[in-house]
Design a protein around this ligand. Sequence first.
Ligand SMILES: [Zn+2]
Length: 277
Amino acid sequence: MSFLGLDLGGTKVSVGLLDDHDTFIPKSYEIVRDDVEIVDHLVAVISEHRASDLRGIGLCVPGWMSIGQQEVLFAPHRPSLVGQNLSEILAARVGMPVVVDNDANAAAYLEVQVGALRGIDCGVVVNFGTGVGVGVVLCGVVQRGAHGFAGEIGHGYFGGDGRCACGAQGCLELALRQCFFTSDDSQSERNARRERYLDLACVALQWTVRAWDPSIIVIGGGIGVESSEFLLNLDSRLRNRLGPAYPPAYPYLVRATGSGHAGAYGAALMAAAAIRR
Ligand SMILES: [Zn+2]
């Protein structure tokens, strides 16, 4: 019995298969085409990777899911998904159960099952990319809050009056997005933006530590897993930012499991747990 995991990102879908022995096999990154409806694209990806013993699909999305994962409430990169019950729609199209969750929650589930948060009471996964998503684990269980939005610190107020895609003003994610550079930017401008991104990422970690006091922080997401230098930089900056009054049991920063396929791997494990139950 196998399960397919999909992680829908801004430009690509990461795909992998959880086999009969619970081994995750990364399959591919499928580029999302702009000329195809996203649901049609997901159905095509599932068909392409459909094994004969496939029993279910796990999908994670970069957006807010209502509690119970019934509906997409906010997806800045995928506005066409808002208001849709992806689980029902996809299950009807592919003829098997589909479990859908937020990408940071899927990454947190992966860490609880096979990664750094196994046996840990209180830990968090912080995914850094164009935005920042946090998966919160308390008492060994991924927390979703009362409505499904637990850990959405990227949409906390950081400053300014710019309007975020979520509708609020001055969100931290707006500031993070301003740190991305283009090929036209000079080297000194790129360096300055990298520094700014690190500072803002550190703000996100500081908020995370103040809110949940985790013993371990797992750093993931596109930026989080690509550079070990990023993690080292964050570690030293966070120590300075927390100040001397912070207890000696300083949170331990580790790199995410899954080699860039954390969302797909976590989503496949979620599907396996839900369907085998
Ligand atoms: Zn926002």
